[in-house]
Design a protein around this ligand. Structure first.
Ligand SMILES: CC(=O)SCCNC(=O)CCNC(=O)[C@H](O)C(C)(C)COP(=O)(O)OP(=O)(O)OC[C@H]1O[C@@H](n2cnc3c(N)ncnc32)[C@H](O)[C@@H]1OP(=O)(O)O
Ligand SMILES: O=C([O-])CC(=O)C(=O)O
Length: 466
């Protein structure tokens, strides 16, 4: 789409304050419209939309809040605005209204590729629109040009002991990028509230762009001594990430990363990493600080670290039961896990009540690329047994697999066997969803988050005579 359009006065103002000088200049050329230019058009409309929703529905209630919800991790409590995606308990995630198969069909692909490019998914998350091939290519190039790390961040990563978990190193490096934050600088210089989104957008673009170099450096330092290749500005984001990890020559692995980053990006707003990023961002901490906090939540075993835990659990199962265990032996192993007071990693979910469509998307990838892999077959065998055991045990509300039950098997197949690294890849992807919402939160003037808490004593008193 060429970018010669007529803008309203307020759109023009937003475009001017939000855009770096060079980007604004290319606005009147035949280059494809940039993401920032499109945002500048969408923001005033969305501000009006939110005003209208609040004017019409602002005083209406979603329903009751129960004491059990306060004690029970706020399950089902409607408390957050999140535009990029919405999760249905039965159907799974939709990114801006689109299911995973719809994204796979509609988003632009690399030449010869069949998985969606995460660049297109980011555009979709931010704008609600499917970009053109040219827009996606321009985004790949822009990220490639922003990818270099400040030297001191490289040094910080290099000084981490290899025994420090890759997720801790990841969070340290992302937090340190706050040194370069355009938003933090603009805030110190007294930027007006109305203009926050411009430097936040710049920070989010830098954040996403720099993650492959951070991930690649951690991978090299912790697991090997390989050379870090330069970013190839003619290639897409996933290729560059794969190449930094030493897998650039494996086209199927690059395709896997395109799928992986797309499906792990966003899972509405209430999950630990997304909500943490939004919460910290609400204090006007810049996107690096906000996303560093997200990563610390993602590093927990009940959340993103579960992909590492699944692989550990599978490896222990294989070493105990052999490569091709019987169904009875697998059933016994799952029972032993439960009887040991542990969770079955990769199963259950706080919201989902059916098989996660992200599990299904990865299974389909495996059926296409590695149908005879023994670990893939074991994962399929567990799928036929674990839900039945979890139902019989009678505690888990959802006995079906989540995204983490499958991801490690695919990475292992291509030779990325270092399971402590898996959550770093999840983190690279999760930046897309958190960043998209941070931009909108600042554009819409989202306030500081500060819900009310109660002590048990206060709760007892509240209901003393009721
Ligand atoms: C990307 C992601 O974050 S996806 C989730 C990744 N995490 C995992 O795979 C870890 C395993 N799964 C779990 O621990 C849970 O299912 C969670 C954390 C994902 C969801 O937790 P909740 O919403 O509290 O689940 P639910 O309401 O079903 O829990 C009820 C009980 O069942 C248990 N339960 C739930 N899932 C499992 C499981 N996979 N294995 C064993 N027990 C389970 C809970 O621990 C809880 O036990 P408790 O009453 O003794 O505290
Ligand atoms: O939605 C959740 O609570 C956890 C999850 O699957 C994710 O964040 O991807």
């Amino acid at each position: 789409m060429a970018s010669l359009r007529v803008l309203s006065r307020s759109q023009l103002r937003i475009a001017r304050v939000g855009l770096p000088h060079t980007a604004f200049r290319c606005y009147a050329t035949s280059k494809p419209q940039t993401l920032k230019e499109r945002l500048a058009e969408l923001i005033p409309k969305e501000i009006d939309n939110v005003k209208a929703i609040r004017a019409e529905h602002g005083k209406k209630a979603f329903g009751q809040v129960t004491v059990d919800q306060v004690y029970g991790g706020m399950r089902g409590l409607p408390a957050l605005l999140w535009d990029g995606s919405v999760l249905d308990a039965e159907e799974g995630i939709r990114f801006r209204g689109k299911t995973i198969p719809e994204c796979q069909a509609e988003l632009p692909k690399a030449p010869g590729g069949s998985e969606p490019l995460p660049e297109g998914l980011f555009w979709l998350l931010v704008t609600g629109e499917v970009p053109t091939d040219a827009q996606v290519k321009a985004l790949s190039q822009e990220w490639a040009h922003r990818a270099a790390l400040p030297e001191f961040v490289e040094e910080i990563i290099d000084r981490c002991p290899p025994s420090l978990h890759p997720m801790s190193q990841f969070s340290i490096a992302v937090t340190a990028l706050n040194h370069e934050s355009a938003f933090a600088k603009a805030y110190q210089e007294g930027i007006s509230k109305k203009d926050y989104w411009g430097p936040v957008f710049e920070d989010c673009m830098d954040l996403i762009a720099k993650l492959p170099n951070i991930a690649g450096r951690i991978y090299r330092n912790v697991f090997g001594s390989g050379k870090l290749p330069a970013i190839d500005t003619s290639k897409d984001y996933s290729y560059n990430l794969a190449n930094l990890l030493g897998f650039g020559d494996k086209e199927a692995f690059v395709e896997l990363l395109r799928l992986y980053i797309t499906i792990h990006s966003d899972h509405e707003g209430g999950n630990v990493s997304a909500h943490t990023g939004k919460l910290v961002g609400s204090a006007l901490s810049d996107p690096f600080l906000a996303f560093g906090a997200s990563l610390n939540g993602l590093a927990g075993p009940l959340h993103g670290l579960a992909n590492q835990e699944v692989l550990l659990w599978l490896m222990k199962m294989k070493s105990k039961l052999g490569d091709a265990p019987t169904d009875e032996a697998v059933r016994g192993y799952i029972w032993d896990t439960l009887n040991g007071g542990q969770v079955v990693p990769g199963y259950g979910h706080a919201v989902l009540r059916k098989t996660d469509p992200r599990y299904t998307a990865q299974r389909e990838f495996a059926l296409k690329h590695l149908p005879n892999d023994s670990l893939f077959k074991l994962v399929g065998q567990i799928y036929n047994i674990a839900p039945e055991v979890l139902l019989e045990a009678g505690k888990a509300k959802n006995p079906w697999p989540n995204v983490d039950a499958h991801s490690g098997v695919l990475l292992t197949y291509y030779g990325l066997t270092q399971m402590q690294f898996y959550t770093v890849l999840f983190g690279v992807s999760r930046a897309f969803g958190v960043a998209a919402q941070l931009i909108w939160d600042r554009a819409l003037g989202a306030p500081l988050e500060r819900p009310k808490s109660y002590s048990s004593e206060a709760i007892k008193k509240m209901f003393a005579n009721k």
